[in-house]
Ligand binder design. Structure first.
Ligand code: NAD
Ligand code: ZN
Length: 348
């Protein structure tokens, strides 16, 4: 089968012919329906290097941590999974037994070195291929929802959903405001999540006018960049500031925007991994405002994301690519040339 291989740090992936994998005990073989290209993949093959922090994501392996597919075959001991049934893949893979994994939060597994990788497409072969293997614990049923269009939910849906849930106490009630910075794959789904699960006014910004226009169609009020951007955002909140900021960029300038606009008792949720930094002191921070990061989400969160999708409340914008064009999808993602989530569709 063809697969998108990540062979070396700081090296663009290649398409290679490899063996169809065999599902191990407790796993299924999935025929891949959709494989989303996430900006984190660009960080993996373009920015990261061999350092101890990234050891569990060391190449080589097949990329793709945002997947859906149909059961093709089952491994030893697997019952209750019918061939042809569609599933979304929860990508993180922890030990399955520690406290973090026991609450369905494999992202924060306490024994990741025992596992040896972080998840599908993150140290273990992922879904940018015709087939992939997945532990049954990581399968979320899609019912009659379109599995190709659903693929981005596995990361571009789950990650903003988890961040929004963390900030939910700040957004519950009347007169609340949320700010979304960065309206790409994650941010545009983030706007839809905020509109469907909170009553907050959603303010959104991006450097791309087309992305802002799309957020506007999803019900956000958009604010352009520029010297008076923070002041303009504060005006929209009646001067009080934003109750929760979701930063899907994570550069020093976007974290600064979060700090300049957050309300007292507000939340700054940094999701983007651009690696920006900031100074924090007792005197620069609005009282009781929190600054936190978050990584992906939980298995339970992903069930809830699928519920929202099946109810028609969140629908990721996608652009389909054949497997042969997967490298072009990554190139356009890297160069900021996509207007929708690129989803590689290996079987069309
Ligand atoms: P994307 O390329 O689809 O979208 C990024 C968007 O940010 C683009 O629309 C771009 O125009 C915009 N942007 C860039 N710089 C900006 C700036 N200074 N101000 C405003 N907008 C700006 O990327 P994506 O796949 O949606 O991922 C977004 C970020 O989240 C990436 O850093 C990615 O690596 C990260 N990510 C984090 C997690 C996590 O678990 N924390 C999971 C997935 C992705
Ligand atoms: Zn664990």
């Amino acid at each position: 089968m063809r697969a998108v291989m990540f062979r070396e740090w700081k090296t663009f992936p290649t398409i290679e012919e490899i063996e169809v994998p065999e599902p191990g005990p407790g796993e299924v073989l999935l025929k891949v329906a959709g494989a989303g290209a996430c900006h984190s993949d660009v960080a993996i093959f373009h920015d990261f290097e061999a350092d101890p922090n990234q050891g569990l994501m060391s190449p080589p392996y097949v990329l793709g941590h945002e997947n859906s597919g149909w059961v093709e075959a089952v491994g030893a001991g697997v019952t209750g999974f019918e061939v042809g049934a569609p599933y979304l893949v929860y990508g993180p893979i922890g030990c399955g037994h520690c406290r973090a994994c026991s609450r369905g939060q494999d992202t924060y597994c306490e024994k990741p070195t025992d596992v040896g990788y972080l998840g599908v497409g993150l140290g273990r072969n992922g879904g940018m291929a015709e087939y992939m293997t997945v532990p049954v614990r990581n399968l979320i049923p899609l019912g009659d929802a379109d599995p190709v269009a659903a693929a981005p939910l596995a990361d571009a849906g789950l990650t903003p959903y988890h961040a929004v849930k963390m900030a939910m106490p700040r957004l519950a009630g009347g007169g609340r405001h949320a700010l979304v910075i960065g309206l790409g794959g994650l941010g545009l789904v983030g706007v839809q999540i905020l509109k469907s699960v909170t009553g907050a006014q959603v303010i959104a910004t991006d450097v791309k006018p087309a992305a802002m226009a799309r957020a506007g169609q999803f019900g956000a009020v958009t604010v352009e960049g520029g010297a008076d951007q923070a002041e303009h955002i504060r005006e929209l909140t009646g001067g009080r500031g934003v109750d929760a900021v979701f930063d899907f960029v994570g550069s020093s300038s976007t974290i600064a925007l979060a700090q300049a606009t957050v309300a007292q008792r507000g939340a700054m949720q940094i999701v983007g991994i651009a690696g920006g930094s900031t100074e924090w002191s007792f005197f620069t921070n609005p009282y009781e405002a929190t600054l936190t990061n978050s990584y992906w989400g939980t298995i339970e969160d992903l069930y809830e994301v699928v519920d929202l999708y099946q109810a028609g409340l969140i629908v990721p914008d996608i652009e389909r690519f054949s497997l042969d064009d997967a490298l072009e999808a990554y190139r356009r993602l890297r160069d900021g040339e996509l207007d929708a989530r690129a989803v590689v569709v290996p079987h069309s």
